[in-house]
Ligand binder design. Sequence first.
Ligand SMILES: N[C@@H](CCC(=O)N[C@@H](CS)C(=O)NCC(=O)O)C(=O)O
Length: 223
Amino acid sequence: MWRLYHYSLCPFSRKVRLALAEKSVPTELVGEHPWEGRDAFLALNPAGQTPVVTSASEDVVLADSTAILEYFEETVRDSPLMGSGPLERAEVRRVIAWFDQKFFAEVGVILLQERMWHRIITRQPPNTTLLRQAHQAVEGHLDYLEYLLDHRRWLGGSTFSLADIAAAAHVSVVDYLGGIDWKTHDLAKQWYSAIKSRPSFRPLLTERTAGLVPPNHYDKLDF
Ligand SMILES: N[C@@H](CCC(=O)N[C@@H](CS)C(=O)NCC(=O)O)C(=O)O
């Protein structure tokens, strides 16, 4: 049994959690607040970031979501999630990087700071200018997601892959924090609805963070 140190609203943790569920890797979840900087957690990952995956005896310790997923892709043959062939794999990696870097910097981290951190930790009002910028950015990202889906079945190519998992992980956190208006994004909505209905996604959608209520549509398949 593997152990995943995660924070429920951390998109990188969600990415690992979803991929391990897709690959049927038995995993025990351990909740971690990375900002607390627990000594035992820092000993596992000096970067102090979730997610971290360890073997039961902690002789294997893996950190950084993409490094973790590549490890399991190499060691667990079932349900391959990287696409087939070098070109498709390069595209899957590109889309993962898009969401992990660009989407997170322009949207995810702002929503987490303004709607999670300020509400439940610092108790400060959110910065509405930053929120407005994030809302504008999310529109551009959903347009791009729809452009990709206009040209292929899944985000990384013809098969469901880590590109879809990474994107859905980031989108789900922003959706929990009320940052997505689905009304004008039918194609993105269809894609997300298909992902929401996967068994790997269901437990994640039922989880709640104390003090933060998601919008009504958050866990609905038909939203
Ligand atoms: N590149 C890392 C990023 C992980 C990350 O940024 N985790 C955030 C939570 S979502 C964190 O732990 N932040 C605390 C910190 O950076 O000190 C990955 O892919 O795992």
